[in-house]
Design a protein around this ligand. Structure first.
Ligand code: NAD
Length: 545
């Protein structure tokens, strides 16, 4: 490099530097002018392929693969080579691609993370970075607008996967871009490598993380405090989304930081909004009012209590007292019905520990409580048995059955089981995708109650308005917005959510609702624009070259 060059370190990248930067690279789609201007002559084959043709080539190669993990690896390496092309493939084929980049395949990818590791993506911040976290964050080359962070302790329904959990923040941020157009440069996936208590992983040659047990107690809290403070120092105003933390940390971290730093927990709050939207849709079919529902959850963790809390807020908005609304929501965990007499309950379950006789198995709880809806968030597959589903169909004309656990192997029941054992009367939503079901001459199209309907729009609305907090009201607005986008023809085929290809429209609508809420509550970081929708749209990343 000449001394002249040394005076000017910010040179526009050229040649191989362009081809090796996934945010700049267009591969064989660079046109003749660009090839001249960027010094690419000779570095590419001569035929210029446009992006549409590149997409056809990507799809041809992906569809030749039969193993979902191979598809995941192929898409991931496209992500590492050419982000615009990756996101166009993702956006335009979201039905086909979401199950690969996110649930259910991402679960498998996290389990195999060390074995399939190719390129680092996002940041790994270790327990041994304590005291230096802000400096580590400064190594990130872009100004982050949104961080998705996990400590890997409760990855989907798969437990402690330590640093291998990185697949989740990466996959989730891909959906922020694909579903809501948040610019990839703004997206920062982070794994806090605080060790793992998974013995098999610590002894696995290919494990990518620290070989130590998890730090806990004060050491853990001080580490998180330093991390959270550093995020705001290095990326002022950045939105922090907590992801897949274990119960014992998830609830308290959310409470500790939500008023101080713009943050939310998608497992608790995003899940709540998507489930409530599904419930609103189901009630459009039954015609019954929300406040007359009785909801029994299988599982009493982050998803269950998050959903229950939002249902309670929605019911109180319909006129019930808080106490009345609380008694409409019941939890059943691995030890049985959550009731006041139990002495083994974690803090987050106590509010729902009602006075009632104990019940050991789920079927007994259903018989005792006669719920109108059961929501499975237990991460235990097959727990909505034939007997459970038949009992729900016996006590309800149209039983509401949500089997939300991921990945597919942990789903409480399949779509086929839900429809078959209720005589086709179930109003069903699932966490992992299921194919349409034919039964007695009718086709049912189950749709995923997937957080990806909610979190991308929340992120986009927060970034567009510079929101300083994500409030409970915002999740309620997101649920209403999503439910309003479900059409009559969706409902007629049993679909409680809009078709996934409408996701950009859904995210836009939610983003506008979030931004409006931030402006009206005076927690926006900028004055309200004349046209909020236009302002939101103007910030969306367009992956077309
Ligand atoms: P969590 O670990 O916080 O909660 C799991 C709960 O299930 C715990 O309360 C546990 O006691 C209970 N449980 C375990 N075994 C049980 C059994 N045999 N019977 C009854 N309860 C049992 O996890 P979470 O964040 O609440 O997530 C739970 C599941 O929901 C996961 O599979 C997750 O992937 C899924 N989920 C899906 C979505 C979605 O968009 N569809 C969103 C969030 C979570």
């Amino acid at each position: 490099m000449t001394s002249e060059n040394n005076k000017n370190p910010v040179l526009a990248p050229r040649g191989l530097d362009v081809l090796r930067d996934p945010l700049l690279n267009k591969g064989t789609a660079f046109n003749e002018k660009e090839r001249d201007a960027l010094g690419l002559r000779g570095l590419l084959p001569l035929h210029v392929l446009n992006q549409d043709d590149q997409i056809k080539r990507v799809l041809m190669n992906l569809r030749r693969l039969t193993d979902p993990l191979d598809k995941f690896i192929a898409l991931n390496s496209l992500h590492d080579r050419n982000e615009a092309l990756f996101f166009r493939v993702l956006c335009e084929h979201i039905d086909e691609m979401q199950p690969i980049v996110y649930t259910p395949t991402v679960g498998l990818a996290c389990q195999q993370f060390g074995n399939i590791f190719q390129e680092p993506r996002g940041m790994f911040i270790g327990a041994n970075d304590r005291g230096n976290i802000a400096n580590v964050l400064r190594n990130w080359p872009y100004q982050a607008g949104i961080i998705v962070v996990t400590d890997g302790e409760r990855i989907l329904g798969l437990g402690d996967l330590g640093a291998n959990g990185m697949g989740i923040p990466v996959g989730k941020l891909s959906l922020y871009t694909a579903c809501a157009g948040i610019h990839p440069r703004l997206c920062l996936p982070i794994t806090l490598d605080v060790g793992t208590n998974n013995d098999a992983l610590r002894n696995d040659l290919n494990y990518v993380g620290l070989r130590q047990r998890r730090i806990t107690g004060t050491a853990y809290d001080e580490f998180i405090e330093e991390f959270m403070t550093a995020t705001q120092e290095v990326f002022p105003g950045v939105l922090v989304q907590f992801e897949d933390f274990a119960n014992h940390n998830a609830f308290r971290l959310l409470e500790k930081y939500r008023d101080r730093i713009c943050s939310f927990n998608d497992d608790i709050q995003g899940t709540a909004a998507v489930a409530l939207a599904g419930l609103f849709s189901a009630l459009r079919i039954t015609g019954a009012p929300l406040e007359e529902q009785k909801v029994l959850f299988l599982g009493a963790g982050e998803a269950a209590t998050g959903i229950a809390d939002l249902i309670v807020s929605a019911m109180t908005a319909q006129g019930l007292t808080h106490e009345q609304a609380m008694r409409k929501c019941w939890l059943h965990d691995s030890q049985g019905l959550v009731v006041a007499s139990r002495k083994d309950l974690a803090q987050h379950k106590l509010a729902y520990a009602h006075e009632h006789a104990p019940a050991g198995d789920f079927l007994s709880s259903i018989k005792a409580l006669k719920p109108t809806a059961i929501i499975g968030v237990s991460a235990v597959g097959g727990t909505f048995t034939r007997a459970v589903l038949e009992e729900m169909a016996r006590i309800n004309q149209q039983p509401i059955v949500f089997a939300l656990s991921n990945p597919t192997s942990q789903a409480e029941c399949t779509a086929e089981e839900a429809y078959r054992w209720t005589g086709g009367r179930a109003l069903f939503a699932c966490g992992s995708p299921f194919d349409p079901v034919e039964l007695n001459g009718k086709t049912y199209v189950p749709r995923q109650g997937n957080n990806s309907y909610i979190f991308p729009g929340i992120g986009l609305g927060a970034i567009a308005s510079g929101a300083k907090a994500i409030t409970d009201d915002m999740f309620m607005s997101a649920a209403h917005t999503l439910a309003h986008l479900v059409t009559e023809s969706d409902l007629q085929q049993g679909s409680l959510y809009p078709a996934l290809p409408r996701i950009r429209e859904v995210s836009e609508g939610i983003a506008v609702a979030i931004a409006e809420s931030a402006y009206s509550r005076k927690i926006a970081g900028k004055p309200k624009p004349m046209d909020v929708l236009q302002d939101v749209r103007s910030q969306m990343f367009d992956p077309r070259y």
